[in-house]
Ligand binder design. Sequence first.
Ligand SMILES: Nc1ncnc2c1ncn2[C@@H]1O[C@H](COP(=O)(O)OP(=O)(O)OP(=O)(O)O)[C@@H](O)[C@H]1O
Ligand SMILES: [Mg+2]
Length: 318
Amino acid sequence: MTHPVPAGAPGAGAMVTSALPLPLVRRGKVRDVYAVGDDRLLVVASDRVSAFDVVLAEPVPAKGAVLTQLTAWWLRQLDGRVPHHMVSADATEIVAQLPELAPHARALAGRAMLCLRAEVFPVECVVRGYLTGSAWKEYRHAGTLAGEPLPGGLRESERLDPPLFSPATKAETGHDENIPRAAVVERLGSVAAAELERLSREVYAFGRDVAAARGILVADTKFEFGRRAGQLLLIDEVLTPDSSRFWPAAGYAPGRPQPSFDKQPLRDWLEGERAAGRWNGDAPAPPLPAEVVQATSARYLDAYRRLTGSELDVALTR
Ligand SMILES: Nc1ncnc2c1ncn2[C@@H]1O[C@H](COP(=O)(O)OP(=O)(O)OP(=O)(O)O)[C@@H](O)[C@H]1O
Ligand SMILES: [Mg+2]
């Protein structure tokens, strides 16, 4: 069913590609999405990892389970505050509802989420609490974000108070593009646009406070929303290392880039290969050494542990 990595190879036990007896809706860079009847989805987070917009050949063990279980952890806390798409992230429960998946239960453990299917708004709802990434790049050159002026004199990684709602278009390929809030109103109407901003700010503020108490800064994060039976739903992954920049609070200082919590070993190694002239920055990337794969896996597990205060159940990571 899945395509497991051979024992002994880097990433052994990890999943590159799922293959389930359900209609495949799409394969993203990281997640495989299947239809469950007309109105639900099974979202399966693989252990694929991307860096510098290139998907690496080697999977990162436990990464898919971290993404799914961290999203589930946040969504449970948002129950009753923000309507969301999660039905279950417990493979035993999912298999009980979908007996045709029984032969795949082990492969799904930890990484699968049964969701309510929504009509996705074509806008990435980014909230920025610190000035970094594409926002810093534009600000440094033009003093603006998505063409709109920001206060002068901000430094790289500076805290933004209040946080900025910074929508972007969902690009089919390549980088997402930051757009002004007026463009969201144009696309979705003022009522939906205001609601997306309100919910994005609320979820970000909640996540920022929880993470801060655990020594993690949520520099920025991306949410997706959809509509279902006239109601807005928070969908997709929520406050994970793949949808957010997490920085260790210890050692934070504006005026320079901050180390990222998760893919830093991977990025550092790839940068080294590039600097040495062994990689030109395009796909395919050079094969990752086992210790880089392991270090990256450990970072994802550490992000889960630090945020939730518990170890990810290892039964969910194989
Ligand atoms: N409840 C939902 N209803 C409908 N679509 C959803 C729901 N939850 C998530 N999705 C969609 O499922 C997909 C998840 O896949 P994934 O994040 O791997 O790929 P992507 O974001 O489309 O592309 P990539 O990450 O490769 O740039 C996204 O397209 C997301 O919009
Ligand atoms: Mg995505």
